[in-house]
Ligand binder design. Structure first.
Ligand code: HEM
Length: 438
């Protein structure tokens, strides 16, 4: 499949009529802007790494500042690098290893509550689970009572996307009723929650060793000379809460959809998980982080799911200045798109691309592909800060669920999963699966 479009949707028709195609580079005009779409692994390196200094964030993230403030996702250099240095320690390997126990514990507790046999939307469960995990690991907070508020708020926030392309979105966001009013209310609720956490922590003065403590400490260390204000800490917390929970929940939902389809792969995950979680008597892993390291096949299942259904389906930038790319003039303000979904589904790098085959991620197969043919977590200085966190979480949750449950569909298995490609790629109507205790 060599599809110059982002998705096999009606955009394909639009592009056929309007686009100029230069090999793997596609140019068209949309929303009154020049749009350049880069469909080759080498272009991932050129656009996201080599030419990064000539770009700003994509238009959606620029406009998302009205809601997210100046957190890691939305900030520009040089502020971005400074913030990244402050946040990075929360994502160091050793710290993530400590989070692994929480991930496993929360996954086990969730699955224990399922009835012996049931059919339900597992996407909803994953949104709740990943929110609990992110809240606990990053803010040492049990956000149970707030889960619904946050889930609803995030859904409303995602609806902000269409506004990003309209003029004066900051004024639109001031309209206090209807859909726009709901976005505003969501923002207020999320703010109240996060400012509440900041105030509690300041009041107690206890160092929890989590992200929030680190951000508060960095402010203290820098004193009044440019340390982080409450507003900056709020922006960073909100960014991590949103970026960390939605994408991973979507990934897990896609993973379980694929597991329900592929009983053979599911049995291999079951066999591997059973062995790691106590089926063997000697040489057992000592903790959740070591279990994660040894779940090699389960890791490949996650990798393959992120290939077919990349939760961040396109990486966007805008040209900060006019420049030339491979002899082509890129005017300032152009929208630059590097679509994970098109490159991951290109038959040149992944033959028979829609076939689910975790062994595409065996070391030899990886070595045979161009370097950036697979980039679910992006590339360059803005590569996902939560990548290791997300891998650990997805693999451990998958293993924990499949160890105890057999997944399938009630009735005929659906042929396709309807998708909703907004800021993230999510299942449009959820993922309804049936589970049966093993
Ligand atoms: C499967 C799950 C995830 C996927 C597929 C994913 C994907 C991505 C991608 C592609 C980017 C780069 C965006 C760009 O270059 O414009 C990114 C950035 C980011 N991600 Fe993730 N992510 C995931 C999970 C997480 C988690 C668990 C966290 C935090 C707990 C997180 C926090 C962030 C942040 C803060 C950024 C911005 C980094 C920066 O600009 O410096 N993500 N993510």
């Amino acid at each position: 499949m060599r599809n110059p479009g982002l998705l096999r949707l009606s955009t394909h028709e639009f592009l056929q009529r309007n686009a100029q195609v230069y090999g793997d580079l596609v140019h068209y005009k949309a929303f009154g802007r020049h749009v350049f779409q880069f469909n080759h692994p080498e272009m991932v390196q050129e656009v996201l790494i080599r030419d990064a200094a000539m770009q700003h964030r994509g238009i959606v993230m620029q406009r998302a500042k009205f809601v997210l403030g100046e957190g890691l996702l939305t900030s520009e250099e040089p502020a971005h690098m400074r913030q990244r240095r402050l946040v990075q320690p929360a994502f160091h390997r050793q710290r993530i290893a400590a989070y692994a126990e929480t991930m496993l514990q929360f996954a086990d507790e969730m699955a224990i509550r399922w009835p012996c046999e049931a059919t339900f939307d597992i996407h909803r469960s994953m949104l709740e689970l990943t929110l609990h995990i992110t809240g606990k690991c990053l803010f040492d907070s049990d956000v149970e009572s707030e889960v619904k508020t946050i889930s609803d708020s995030v859904t409303a926030f995602m609806g902000f996307l269409p506004l990003a392309f309209l003029p004066f979105p900051h004024l639109l966001l001031k309209i206090p009723f209807g859909f726009l009013g709901r976005i505003q209310k969501s923002q207020n609720k999320l703010d109240a929650l996060i400012y509440g956490m900041i105030a509690d922590r300041r009041h107690s003065g206890v160092d929890h060793g989590d992200l929030l403590s680190m951000l508060l400490a960095s402010q203290d260390a820098e004193g009044g000379t440019g340390g982080m204000t409450d507003r900056q800490i709020r922006d960073e917390c909100l960014t991590l809460l949103l970026a960390g929970h939605e994408t991973t929940a979507n990934a897990l939902s896609f993973i379980f959809y694929l597991m329900a389809h592929h009983a053979d792969a599911q049995e291999r995950v079951f066999a591997e998980a059973s062995e790691m979680f106590g089926g063997i008597t000697s040489g057992q892993p000592s903790g959740a982080a070591e279990i994660y390291e040894r779940l090699r096949y389960t890791q490949r299942v996650v990798a393959e799911a992120l290939r077919i259904f990349p939760p961040v389906w396109v990486t966007a930038r805008s040209a900060a200045i006019s420049y030339t790319y491979r002899g082509l003039a890129i005017p300032a303000g152009s929208l630059l798109l590097v679509p994970q979904i098109a490159i991951h589904r290109d038959s040149r790098w992944f033959p028979d691309p829609m076939r689910f085959d975790p062994d595409r991620f065996l070391p030899d197969a990886i070595a045979a592909r161009p370097r950036n043919a697979y980039f679910p977590f992006g590339a360059g200085s803005r590569i996902c800060i939560g990548e290791n966190f997300a891998w650990m979480e997805a693999v451990l949750v998958l293993a924990s669920v499949v160890r105890n449950w057999r997944l399938g569909f009630s009735g005929t298995a659906p042929k396709e999963l309807p998708l909703n490609a907004q800021i993230s790629l999510r299942p449009r109507d959820g993922v309804v699966v049936s589970v049966k205790r093993r």
